[in-house]
Design a protein around this ligand. Structure first.
Ligand code: GTP
Ligand code: MG
Length: 370
């Protein structure tokens, strides 16, 4: 594992490399100036010079990198909105996206239940919109929370024949925590037992008062199945997006979030990325915490190969050396060497933190393991 070179360490300590080499020799370690030493060895050297050595926290560096995209306001351009569709299980989220995308994802789902996050970037009247589908089943709270944290606007789907249910409330809370506006889609209005007014009534208990009732929550009655009200809902989404004034850098190296990732037996690591700002190119070196890799292929939601992905675009990529963590930020490194170095440093930090957390092992612990 790559740590720090003798030269780099000497520079950090404000010492001549020869002094560091001398200390290392005292411990029986023969190292040249450009040779790497691991964290433990570096700590010993630091101690000799009376300095406590800590692994740098790269989170700050990551935040700073993200900030550089937004520093020069005059360089920013309008970006498409990211819309997360949330709501109780079976209320029609995937059906709504199928209606918008003219697809039929729901027919391929096991038991008709969404079990992962789907991300799609589509064109609507010359305007791009990225949609994120989330599962409504109660087991998938983390995915809903992740969906809410990357979105600009939440579309809350509530079935008109079922009303506000536990995961409807959970979705409202996620959206509120993330500070994003909520647009309500009252779905299944074609059903005999549908009662959209009852849904609106129930929503007032959670601070969502429909516009036609004097509040400021946009509510649109739809039927995903009959494809009714979809146009109006899309218009409302674009309207709210316009007010949000969403901006991104059009040319810098991409930064964004890993929406989900898995290991595929044939393809290797498959990751769905959401580009927040900048542009991701085929062949770029992507880094996500302690994993990295060269983008080998980039696909849109229909499996078509693409070469570039701009701000707010969701794409699937192949090439990470290991499965990155869902919800983690990613960035593009200058080159493979830098990417590897960053990922390996992160791995070292994580190992170090894990050791710190686990603390000393007692004899009891040891015996219990036997
Ligand atoms: P999860 O992802 O598992 O939370 O479900 P979902 O919210 O994505 O619901 P989904 O789109 O899978 O739809 C659930 C059921 O409701 C399916 O049988 C759909 O055919 C049906 N459905 C969805 N929209 C409508 C609608 O507008 N009208 C009627 N009558 N049925 C609908
Ligand atoms: Mg679904």
């Amino acid at each position: 594992m790559e740590g720090v070179t003798v030269g780099e360490l000497a520079a950090k300590l404000n010492k001549a490399p020869t002094e560091v080499i001398k200390v290392l020799m005292g411990y029986g370690v023969m190292a040249a100036v450009n040779q790497s030493i691991d964290f433990d060895t570096a700590s010993i050297v630091c101690e000799e010079f009376g300095v406590t050595c800590e692994l740098e926290d790269e989170n700050q560096a990551m935040d700073d990198l993200f900030d550089t995209h937004y520093q020069n306001e005059d360089e920013l351009v309008k970006r498409p909105p990211i819309i997360t569709v949330m709501g109780h299980v079976d209320h029609g989220k995937t059906s709504l996206l199928d209606a918008i995308r003219h697809t039929n994802v729901i027919s391929g789902e096991a038991g008709g239940i969404t079990q992962h996050i789907g991300a799609y970037t589509i064109m609507i009247k010359d305007e791009k919109i990225t949609f994120i589908d989330t599962p409504g089943h109660e087991a998938f709270t983390a995915m809903r929370s992740r969906g809410a944290s990357v979105t600009d606007i939440a579309v809350l789907v509530v079935a008109a024949d079922d009303g506000v249910m536990p995961q409807t409330v959970e979705a409202i809370n996620h959206a509120k925590d993330a500070g994003v506006p909520i647009i309500v889609a009252v779905n299944k209005i074609d059903k005999p037992g549908a009662n959209p007014d009852k849904v609106k009534q129930e929503l007032t208990e959670y601070g969502l008062v429909s516009e036609d009732w004097g509040g400021d929550t946009i509510c649109v009655n739809i039927s995903a199945k009959k494809r009714e009200g979809i146009e109006e809902l899309l218009e409302m989404i674009l309207l709210v997006a316009e007010v949000e004034d969403l901006k991104a850098h059009p040319t810098k190296k991409a930064i964004g979030t890993v929406i989900e990732a898995r290991l595929d037996k044939q393809k290797g690591t498959v990751a769905t990325l959401l580009v927040k700002s900048g542009v991701l190119h085929d062949g770029d070196i992507v880094v996500c915490n302690d994993v990295f890799g060269k983008v080998r292929a980039m696909m849109d939601d229909k499996g078509n190969k693409v070469k570039v992905a701009g701000p707010s675009t969701a794409i699937e990529i192949l090439g990470f050396n290991e499965v990155p963590g869902a919800g983690e930020k990613f960035f593009v490194a200058e080159n493979e060497r830098d990417g590897r170095k960053y990922a390996e440093r992160r791995k070292a930090i994580m190992k170090e933190n894990a050791l710190k957390k686990s603390g000393p092992v007692s004899l009891d612990d040891l015996f219990n393991q036997i």
